[in-house]
Design a protein around this ligand. Structure first.
Ligand code: F0G
Length: 459
C-alpha cells in the first residue's frame, strides 16, 4: 500500500454513532424487509449509502449560516452566492436550486421542445436519466469501453467515446440531439474522471453540430484534481484554473452542491451567456423551485454553499479526500476483491457479479452483498445494478444491468481511516463466506423507483 495523507483538519464537534450487535442488525434488517433504504440511520454504524449531503461543514460554513438574509427577493446571500459561482465558472447567469434534480427539472425540459429527441452522455446519472425521459427524450450513454474492464488501469475511465457519440449524432441527426451531457466525475461508472482532452474533443463536436453542451458537475472539483494528478500539462495548474478551463468548454452547468459544494442541501444552474435561455429558466424556476434568488433554499443555505464551493476546490482537502477513497480501494484490491480500478473520486465500487456468480441478475446480487455487509458490521452501502434499473416499460421484464455494483460512497470530512479499516475488514470477511450469500425476491415491488421502497425476501 502507498502513502496516504492525514486529514488537513481537526475535529471540533462530534456526533456519536452506535455499534449494534449482529442479533440487533438481523432484527433491523428483517423489519426493513431486507431493504437498507428502510433502516433507521441510527441502526447504521458507518453509513456509506451516499456522499450526497452527508459530509461535515467547516466552521467557516457554520459561521456563514448566521449571516443568511432570508428576504424573499434580492437576498444579500443570493448576491454573495452568485458572485462566487460567477468567479468559479466565468458564466454570466446563476440560479440556485434546492438540489441537483431541481436544476435538472428546470433545464432539461426547456432543451427538449418536441418529442423524439435524444440526450447523449458519457453516462446519465439516474435522476438525470429520469428527467430526460420525463421531458419526452431518450437518454443514450456513450462511455469508453475501458470503463467496463474493471481490472485494467485507465486514467480517465469516465471519458466519452467520441466516435460513438458522433455516430449517434449522424444516426439521429444533429437537430434531434437536445443536448450532450458530460457527467463529471462519471458517477455511475465508478466516480471515474473525464480528461480535459476528452472534454475538449466533445466540446468541438458539440460546437460543430450546434448542440448545447451541459456539464452535470456535482463532482467537478474532484474531476479537476484527477486532471491535475494524471494529465500532462496540468501538474502546475491550480484547481481553480483547471475547473475554469472545464467550464470554458461547456455551455450550461448543473450542479448538485451536496457533493463538491460541501453542503447538506443545495444545487445550482449556471448559464454561460444565453440570455433568452436564462430568462426561460428563471420563469420555470419560479414555478418549480422558488423565486430565482432563492431557488427553494433558505438564505443561510446560500451562504453555506458560497463558502463550501470554494473549500471544495482546496487542494489539501482534495488530496486527502481522494486518498481516503484510494485507501479503501487498495485495501480491498489487495485482498483480491473485484473493484472498479483505479478508484474514482467519491466511492469504491465493488463488483458483486464476480463476488456472487451463483446469484442471477434478477435475484439482485449487489443488494444481497449490501445486506450481508450490513449484517456483518453495520456498514451501509448501496446497490447500483439491476434492482435500480427496474423493468423495461414495454416488455415488463427486469432489465439486466451491465454492472452489479455495491457502491461504498465516502461522505466528505466525516469518517477516519480507522472507520475505513473496519469497512475493509467487513467486506473481506463477507467475501470469504460469499458462497453463503443468497439472492432476493420481491415481497412487494413498487411500480416506479422500486429500490427505495421495495420489500424483499430471501429465496
Ligand atoms: N448528478 C449526479 C452526477 C449525481 O451524482 C446526482 C446525485 C445528481 C445529479 C442529483 O443531485 O441528489 O442533489 O438531486 N447523486 C446522489 C448519489 C444522490 O448518491 O450519487 P441531487
Amino acid at each position: 500500500m502507498g502513502n496516504f495523507v492525514a486529514p488537513p483538519y481537526r475535529i471540533k464537534m462530534v456526533e456519536p454513532i452506535k455499534q449494534t450487535t449482529r442479533k440487533e442488525r438481523e432484527k433491523y434488517l428483517k423489519e426493513a424487509y431486507n431493504n437498507l433504504f428502510l433502516i433507521p440511520s441510527e441502526a447504521v454504524y458507518i453509513d456509506l449509502l451516499t456522499d450526497s449531503g452527508t459530509g461535515a461543514m467547516s466552521h467557516f460554513q457554520w459561521a456563514a449560516l448566521m449571516q443568511g438574509d432570508e428576504a424573499y427577493a434580492g437576498s444579500r446571500s443570493f448576491y454573495r452566492f452568485e458572485k462566487t459561482v460567477k468567479s468559479i465558472t466565468g458564466y454570466q447567469y446563476i440560479i440556485p436550486t434546492h438540489q441537483g434534480r431541481g436544476a435538472e427539472q428546470v433545464v432539461l425540459p426547456l432543451l427538449t421542445p418536441r418529442s423524439g429527441m435524444y440526450f447523449i452522455s458519457n453516462m446519465h446519472f439516474d435522476t438525470t436519466r429520469a428527467h430526460v425521459e420525463l421531458a419526452g427524450a431518450r437518454a443514450i450513454d456513450c462511455v469508453i469501453d475501458a470503463c467496463f474492464d474493471i481490472d485494467t488501469y485507465h486514467p480517465f475511465k469516465g471519458n466519452m467515446d467520441v466516435e460513438k457519440c458522433l455516430a449517434y449524432i449522424k444516426k439521429y441527426k444533429a437537430d434531434n440531439i437536445a443536448g450532450i451531457i458530460m457527467t463529471l466525475t462519471n458517477n455511475s461508472a465508478g466516480g471515474e474522471p473525464v480528461s480535459m482532452k476528452n472534454l475538449r474533443a466533445v466540446s468541438a463536436l458539440a460546437k460543430k453540430y450546434h448542440i448545447p453542451l451541459i456539464m452535470d458537475g456535482a463532482r467537478f472539483a474532484e474531476n479537476a484534481f484527477f486532471i491535475k494528478q494524471r494529465e500532462a500539462g496540468y501538474e502546475q495548474k491550480s484547481i481553480r484554473e483547471i475547473a475554469r478551463e472545464m467550464f470554458d468548454y461547456t455551455d450550461i452547468f448543473l450542479m448538485s452542491a451536496k457533493k463538491d459544494g460541501l453542503v447538506n442541501i443545495g444545487g445550482l444552474i449556471a448559464i454561460k451567456n444565453d440570455t433568452a435561455f436564462f430568462q426561460t429558466c428563471q420563469v420555470r424556476t419560479v414555478a418549480y423551485e422558488g423565486f430565482p434568488t432563492y431557488g427553494g433554499l433558505a438564505g443561510r443555505d446560500l451562504e453555506a454553499m458560497a463558502v463550501g464551493l470554494k473549500e471544495g476546490m482546496n487542494e489539501h482537502y482534495l488530496r486527502h479526500r481522494l486518498d481516503q477513497v484510494r485507501y479503501l480501494a487498495e485495501k480491498l484490491k489487495h485482498a483480491g476483491i473485484p473493484i472498479q480500478y483505479p478508484s474514482g473520486g467519491h466511492a469504491v465500487f465493488v463488483d458483486c457479479k464476480r463476488i456472487c456468480p451463483h446469484i442471477p441478475f434478477d435475484r439482485f446480487p449487489a443488494q444481497s452483498v449490501c445486506n450481508a455487509l450490513y449484517l456483518e458490521a453495520g456498514v451501509r452501502g448501496v446497490e447500483i445494478g439491476s434492482m435500480l434499473l427496474g423493468r423495461d416499460p414495454e416488455t415488463g421484464q427486469n432489465i439486466e444491468s451491465p454492472f452489479e455494483w455495491m457502491r461504498l460512497a465516502i461522505p466528505r470530512r466525516t469518517y477516519t481511516y480507522a472507520h475505513l479499516d473496519i469497512v475493509a475488514q467487513a467486506v473481506i470477511s463477507i467475501y470469504e463466506k460469499r458462497e453463503k450469500i443468497k439472492g432476493l425476491i420481491f415481497e412487494y415491488e413498487p411500480p416506479v423507483l422500486r429500490h427505495f421502497t421495495a420489500r424483499m425476501k430471501y429465496e
